[in-house]
Ligand binder design. Structure first.
Ligand SMILES: Nc1ncnc2c1ncn2[C@@H]1O[C@H](COP(=O)(O)OP(=O)(O)O)[C@@H](O)[C@H]1O
Ligand SMILES: [Mg+2]
Length: 592
């Protein structure tokens, strides 16, 4: 997939290279990998000795009718069986430990990387895509690196050893058996590929259907009120039918798979028994050798079958590794410059100089030639029609995106020369869509300031008029989104506001924080905001004429640039466009 990000560099690599790079996560477990391979190898070796013991039993005690030699040989076979079982246990145990440790390490790195990536990356990648990369793809790679690689080595070694033993027992028949492995291998590889493809398809269809059910459940009121029940029902049945057909197709494939798998070894076995009996009657081999030969030969079936599987899985793992590295190779675009300085505090003097901005991948500038100054302690309101670029402008100040022309300064420093962590602790933001996380109210409010004291949290809640949280069943410890707690839009926005004002930031950037408040709460929050704004510098996007009164000055954003700046009353008198925007928005409010 091409992400087309101009702010990010996406390097494509060949699949094998991606898998090789993921191998760096295997290296800490090199000891365990060796232990696993040795354990698996010795276990297989033990199991291969059993047929040779059987040969000795058949050709010795059984043939000559001597009971006495039976016991030690029987005990030896038993011992070999126990040894094999013990080693399988050790291998599985080590394998789970190493595989899960590795998967966790990759997932941690992937998550950390996602956190560093620019907002633009998340604009362009669907959340589902990222989720499947962090879960399904990663499991595929883990399976191959831990299980597949070990068995690739062990099965090839087993194959070679068994064929050597067969040659040792009776060479002509051994060549016949070795040749029969070729069709078996190709059948296994082709069917494994087809199987993986249909499995993936069934998985995708299941996901689609689950999403459909979820959306219908969430949107049940809309569906009913628009009389779309029939239509939705039909779509659902169609989706369910497709899933059914795909699942049946998969089952048919599995049936074909197993019958072919059984057929080739059975034919080979028939041939071996036929030619083997002839060889025994001509005394070219003993009866015990024939028994050992057949037992050993049957031990070849699994390594050959699984080799096809492993190679098909290996191919899957390479694709998965590619997809994982597509994420890893996306470089964060907004990073600290070399020599970036930390600013301990700010006077709150914010300037935009000839600022221009266009979204990554688009040549049309959303903002251009913006000159704007917010003086220390001042509150500047930003007014403009829908789509004029207000939200975009507020996102430039905390560097969610970097300007594409001009510069923004804080206390005279270009904000790109400041350390990101320092910039973002001096500037607090609240956006239109008040995002809250499934965590406690306290965690949500102290998101940017984990060290805030109870008194500070209480003050922030007071200022944002979010004291309703004290009446929640578990107060500040109530978990949002769980425990039956769903907050209204206004409540969510007041919490987001409390989060922004916590710890008295030097500059406050608020994107229409009052949009979802009812008229009664609005006046309460306005009163509280007035207090906050009196002690800090603020850039405030406002919709409602009433909120404009909170600002010292107002800037009108039109066609991507600042059309006018002045006090509310100045603009009302001299700028008709300003009057138009405000009255239009007042209308939208009353209509909404
Ligand atoms: N993530 C984005 N990628 C590309 N274009 C965007 C993105 N967000 C907003 N835009 C475009 O930028 C313009 C300004 O949007 P926005 O800043 O949200 O305006 P406002 O907040 O004033 O309504 C719109 O034309 C919008 O389509
Ligand atoms: Mg907006």
């Amino acid at each position: 997939m091409s992400t087309g990000l101009s702010t990010a560099v996406v390097r494509r690599r060949s699949s094998l290279q991606s898998l090789w790079r993921l191998g760096s996560y295997v290296r800490p477990y090199a000891g365990q990998m060796v232990l696993m391979t040795v354990a698996a190898g010795v276990a297989v070796g033990a199991s291969l000795l059993v047929p040779l013991v059987i040969r000795s039993i058949v050709d010795g005690p059984i043939r000559h009718g001597e009971r006495s030699g039976l016991l030690p040989l029987g005990l030896l076979a038993l011992l070999l069986g126990v040894l094999e079982a013990g080693l399988v246990f050790v291998r599985r145990w080590v394998q789970s430990y190493a595989a899960l440790g590795m998967e966790t390490a990759v997932r941690d790195d992937l998550y950390a990387h996602l956190q560093r990536l620019p907002v633009a990356f998340h604009d362009e990648w669907q959340t589902g895509q990222l989720l499947s990369r962090a879960t399904t793809d990663l499991s595929t790679v883990r399976r191959f690196l831990s299980f597949g690689l070990v068995y690739l080595v062990v099965n090839v070694a087993t194959f070679v050893t068994v064929v050597a033993l067969l040659v040792h027992l009776y060479a002509p028949l051994a060549l016949f058996v070795a040749a029969s492995a070729v069709p078996l291998f190709f059948i296994s590889r082709n069917l494994s590929r087809a199987y993986l493809r249909t499995s993936r398809q069934v998985q995708d269809l299941q996901g689609d259907l689950a999403t459909f059910i979820e959306e219908s459940a969430v949107g049940v009121r809309v569906i009913r009120s628009f009389g779309r029940r029939q239509h939705v029902g039909t779509s659902f049945r169609r989706g369910a039918r497709t899933l059914h057909d795909a699942a049946v197709g998969k089952a048919t494939l599995v049936a074909r798979f197993w019958s072919l798998f059984d057929l080739v070894p059975s034919l080979t076995l028939g041939g071996v028994l036929l030619f083997g009996s002839v060889a025994v009657s001509r005394e070219a081999m003993t009866l015990g050798e024939l028994v050992a030969f057949v037992t050993l030969m049957l031990m070849l079936v699994w390594p050959v079958d699984s080799l096809g599987w492993i190679l098909a899985n290996g191919q899957e793992a390479m694709t998965a590794a590619d997809r994982i590295y597509e994420v890893f190779d996306t470089e964060p675009a907004v990073v600290d410059r070399p020599g970036a300085v930390a600013l301990a505090s700010t006077n709150g003097w914010l300037r935009l100089e000839k600022v221009g901005f266009s979204y990554p991948g688009s040549s049309r500038p959303v903002l251009h030639d913006i000159d704007l100054e917010v003086r220390p302690g001042e509150t500047l309101a930003l007014v403009g029609g829908t789509g004029s670029g207000k939200t975009t402008l507020t996102a430039l100040v905390p560097r969610l995106y970097d300007v594409t022309a001009g510069r923004i300064t804080l206390d005279g420093h270009d904000i790109r020369d400041l350390q990101l962590s320092s910039l973002r602790s001096l500037i607090a933001t609240a956006f239109e869509d008040a995002t809250l996380f499934s965590s406690s109210v306290r965690d949500n409010v102290t998101l940017g300031r984990a060290d805030a004291t109870d008194a500070e949290v209480a003050e922030a809640l007071q200022i944002a008029q979010a004291t309703f949280v004290h009446d929640l069943p578990w107060g500040l410890e109530t978990r949002i989104g769980e425990q039956g707690l769903s907050l209204s839009g206004g409540q969510r926005q007041r919490l987001a506001l409390a989060r922004a004002v916590l710890g008295r930031p030097g500059v406050l950037v608020l994107d229409d924080p009052l949009s979802a408040l009812d008229v009664h709460t609005e006046s309460l929050v306005e009163e509280a905001l007035r207090r906050v704004l009196s002690r800090t510098t603020a850039l405030l996007v406002v919709h409602r004429p009433s909120t404009v009164a909170l600002a010292d000055r107002v800037a009108l954003l039109e066609h991507g640039t600042i059309a006018a700046v002045g006090t509310h009353s100045e603009l009302m008198e001299t700028v008709p466009a300003y009057r138009a925007v405000l009255s239009q928005q007042a209308e939208e409010m009353t209509a909404g």
